[in-house]
Write a protein that binds this ligand. Structure first.
Ligand code: NAP
Length: 278
């Protein structure tokens, strides 16, 4: 039996869809059923349920708010994955959790591999990195999968935000100096699962193929929905953001691609399928 936490989020929802389609037994929980910041509740919850895998899709993802909400962000992104890994070890279950391209400072100009040295610029990135390190040090049957710019049909994301703005605005300004890769949560769930089945535990990068700036991503979505307004390129410094952003954080997914012997589709193709599904 697989336990999914944060199951109402983008990735959690797509894991549910994947497991339903493959007839795999799972228990889907979100904060109202299982608050992952309380290890005693987790211990109590997993009792007598024959759980052999925990997939943690819950997280604190508000990058700017995290600068002011350090405590709750640390609880969710550092302490909770660590405690979930402890419980997984206690019950002999595999453990899977997710991290982010925001662990890097963006000074590189080619895709980041798992060997590159992280240097997060924000509270969000720091708490995620600390979570990764604690999990990997605590339990050798853990997967830590870093991804970037997730979008899916459940919950909110940048694609949906752009589509909403397009309904009420004729002019949009989107930054062209943050580059990474949008990643479809359906692909993230599917290729993660391909990896998890190999039981080759460890740290991995998994994002859709090719690179994009936020401007490229917005332009692609707006063209697809035939928006008639004007899209202008902007700079990160034009906006008064609380958290510092890295200019370049594209993740190199070749380690996972080699292990599962499959090529991860590029982000434009992911957006096409996302729009078709909406
Ligand atoms: N979104 C991105 O762009 C992005 C980028 C890089 C990495 N990632 C990582 O990828 C993973 C999946 O992200 P996602 O976009 O699918 O996340 P998401 O859509 O924000 O979903 C997270 C889920 O966790 C739930 N949650 C919050 N606090 C909880 C708690 N105390 N106990 C249990 N559940 C709780 C949330 O519920 P509420 O909505 O009610 O709070 C939400 O349903 C995360 O580890 C994330 O950090 C995401």
């Amino acid at each position: 039996m697989i336990l999914i936490t944060g199951a109402n989020g983008q990735l959690g929802y797509d894991f549910q869809r994947l497991f339903k389609s493959e007839n795999i037994d799972f228990i889907a929980t979100d904060v109202n059923d299982l608050d992952i910041t309380d290890i005693n509740k987790i211990r109590e919850f997993v009792k007598d349920k024959n759980i052999d895998m925990i997939i943690n899709c819950a997280a604190y993802n508000n990058v700017d708010k995290a600068e002011d909400e350090v405590e709750i962000c640390t609880k969710l992104n550092t302490q909770a994955p660590y405690e979930l890994s402890i419980v997984a070890r206690e019950i002999g279950a595999d453990f899977v959790t997710y991290s982010t391209d925001f662990v890097f400072d963006g000074t590189k100009n080619s895709p980041y591999t798992e060997e590159d040295i992280p240097n997060p610029l924000s509270v969000y990135g720091k708490t995620k990195l600390e979570g990764e390190r604690k999990v990997l040090a605590s339990y050798d049957r853990s997967f830590v999968i870093r991804t970037s710019w997730v979008f899916g049909v459940a919950n909110n994301n940048f694609n949906k935000q752009v589509m909403n703005w397009s309904k009420s605005k004729d002019i949009l300004s989107i930054v062209d100096d943050q580059i990474s890769s949008p990643t479809y949560s359906k692909d993230l769930a599917y290729y993660s699962w391909e990896l998890i089945k190999t039981k080759k535990y460890g740290l991995y990068h998994l994002s859709n193929g090719d690179e994009a700036s936020k401007y490229d991503q917005a332009k692609y979505v707006l063209d697809k929905i035939s928006w008639c307004g004007t899209l202008n390129p902007a700079k990160t410094s034009d906006f008064n953001l609380k958290a510092k952003r890295a200019p370049y954080t594209k993740l190199d997914s070749s380690k996972i691609e080699k292990i599962i012997n499959k090529k991860i589709p590029n982000w434009k193709e992911g957006i096409d399928r996302f729009l078709a599904e909406l």
